[in-house]
Design a protein around this ligand. Structure first.
Ligand code: ATP
Length: 270
């Protein structure tokens, strides 16, 4: 009889991660998982450790203890620059774009073939392959500009665009690199009600079309609870809840963290 097939590991496993900044414990042994094609919300009041956790996953911050695994690979062994190639993409709370370049150039930078081919190979003999990858990158950029409704501003310098549009450019740039996991840091920041609604539909579409998972840091509670399959909540660097959006919203520790002592008896979080 054939042995049962081994279950593949979750896409991302965060295990006992600890980060300290001097006397401040930013993460106090946090553990959770992100499944394949899952939209996972990450919530918590200001200073609860969400950005620090993103920084540990993307390699900007090194945990003092614990481990993070991506498709079973321990990230402590993977340098920061190699994590994008593994399939980890990210957007930032305050965007990190090339402001003087156009929207199209920024998106192309995310998909640039030299990232895959290597400068030396390009210089020596792989000209044909690089040209093909260049064409593919342009096609990817064209598709992403259409998906994110950026065609009309494709040739405008990013720095002159409204913040909400810049956030879409950053999302397009992150997608251009073909991530398996997308870390989104407050994508709804500065968006109006109608734009938040469109963002929710866009996140579902991105998951479906790119077959990826999303870890979403967001203060906009309605967005998080309407798009996430599961939500993890932090407070002062500790995990205080992990489960369905409904269960996490109703969790007394979450209500206390958002609304203060005494609130838990009265209702759910925001
Ligand atoms: N580079 C740093 N040096 C010192 N302390 C830091 C540093 N980065 C974060 N902290 C502290 O670590 C804790 C967690 O901060 P973090 O930015 O991860 O929280 P957050 O949940 O992302 O907050 P916000 O919702 O306001 O973005 C806070 O107490 C913060 O002051």
């Amino acid at each position: 009889m054939a042995a049962p097939a081994a279950t593949p590991p979750p896409l991302l496993e965060v295990e006992g991660v600890v980060v300290r900044f001097g006397g401040v414990v930013a993460l106090a042994g946090v553990s959770f998982e992100v499944g394949h094609r899952e939209i996972r919300g990450l919530i918590g009041p200001n200073g609860s450790g969400k950005t620090t956790l993103f920084n540990c996953i993307s390699g900007l911050c090194r945990p003092a203890a614990g481990e993070i695994r991506f498709e079973g690979v321990a990230l402590s062994r993977v340098p920061r620059h190699a994590r994008a190639r593994l399939g980890i993409g990210r957007t930032f709370q305050h965007t990190a774009l090339f402001r003087s370049l156009t929207v199209r150039e920024n998106v192309l930078a995310g998909a640039h073939p030299l990232a895959g081919s290597g400068f030396l190979a390009n210089a020596l003999r792989l000209g044909g392959r690089v040209r093909r990858e260049e064409r593919e990158a342009e096609e990817t950029a064209r598709r992403l500009l259409a998906l994110l409704s950026l065609e009309a501003v494709a040739d405008a310098p990013v720095g002159r665009l409204p913040f909400g549009t810049q956030k879409r450019v950053e999302l397009a740039r992150a997608l251009a690199a073909g991530p398996k996991l997308l870390l989104l840091d407050e994508p709804a920041g500065g968006l109006n009600h109608e734009e938040v609604y469109r963002l929710a539909r866009l996140l579902f579409r991105i998951r479906r079309e790119f077959e990826l998972s999303i870890l979403l840091v967001e203060h906009h509670m309605h967005l998080v609870t309407s798009v996430s399959d599961r939500v993890v909540a932090l407070d002062f660097g500790e995990k205080i809840a992990d489960g369905t959006p409904e269960a996490v919203r109703a969790e007394p520790a979450v209500i206390r963290a958002y609304l203060g002592e005494g609130a838990a008896a009265h209702g759910d979080a925001a």
